[in-house]
Write a protein that binds this ligand. Structure first.
Ligand code: SF4
Length: 215
């Protein structure tokens, strides 16, 4: 079936599509429950006789498709779904399990060895432990990290120049000195870190702000 406008899709074509879609938004879980993924679409890959020769695992992305090849993270994500599917949850609706599983988002194909061993190793590495994991502050990882507000290492890394100071007021550690909840004016005091365990000191650096809604 070639490219067809949505309003021109016939009932027959729609049935054809339904026939090859084996699962959508399916949750994949390893037998032990440690690994989990949610695939967007699982499609039967048919040969010229309409026989299933394998599966296509698709992950639907917004944004521009990759120009040359998939980036490593997307490739790993897709191979992770593929491997979970093959190892733990073959869909019962699949007509044939012959052939290999293909991973093909937006026409770009990700092949490669299984990533399950790495995924289990990552899971092991994230287990709770008596001792916290060693912090490795850096611009990329800290930029996305939701843990900043509780992370003493992040704040001391800012002090020590390991992380650049932000150009605007965000991700600061302050104490609220005064706040009028009726009209929003507030006075803050910047709290620099002492040591590396999260202890804070007072400072002479005070500044005002108007707080409205959530900001
Ligand atoms: S803020 Fe702390 S926990 Fe988060 S990435 Fe940075 S160092 Fe790690």
């Amino acid at each position: 079936m070639g490219k067809v406008g949505l309003s021109e899709v016939t009932v027959g074509q729609w049935k054809q599509v339904q026939d090859i879609v084996l699962a959508n938004e399916g949750t994949l879980v390893s037998e032990c429950g440690r690994l989990m993924g949610r695939l967007d679409l699982l499609i039967a890959d048919l040969d010229e006789n309409g026989e299933s020769k394998g599966w296509i695992v698709a992950d639907l992305k917004t944004g521009n498709p990759p120009k040359l090849k998939l980036n490593e993270k997307v490739s790993r994500q897709l191979r992770f779904y593929r491997d979970l599917l093959v190892e733990f949850k073959p869909p019962t609706t699949l007509r044939s399990r012959r052939g290999m599983v293909l991973v093909q988002p937006d026409g770009h194909r990700a092949d490669g060895p299984s990533v399950l061993d790495d995924a289990f190793a990552a899971w092991e590495g994230m287990r709770h432990s008596e001792e916290p994991l060693e912090a490795t502050p850096g611009e990329v990882q800290c930029g996305f990290c939701e843990w900043k507000a509780w992370c003493p290492v992040w704040w001391s890394a800012r002090r020590d120049g390991i992380l650049p100071p932000g150009s605007m007021f965000r991700d600061e550690v302050v104490s609220a000195i005064k706040f009028d909840p009726e009209s929003g004016p507030a006075l803050f005091e910047r709290m620099p870190p002492v040591g590396s365990d999260g202890e804070l000191a007072h400072s002479d650096h005070r500044f005002g702000a108007i707080l409205r809604d959530q900001a």
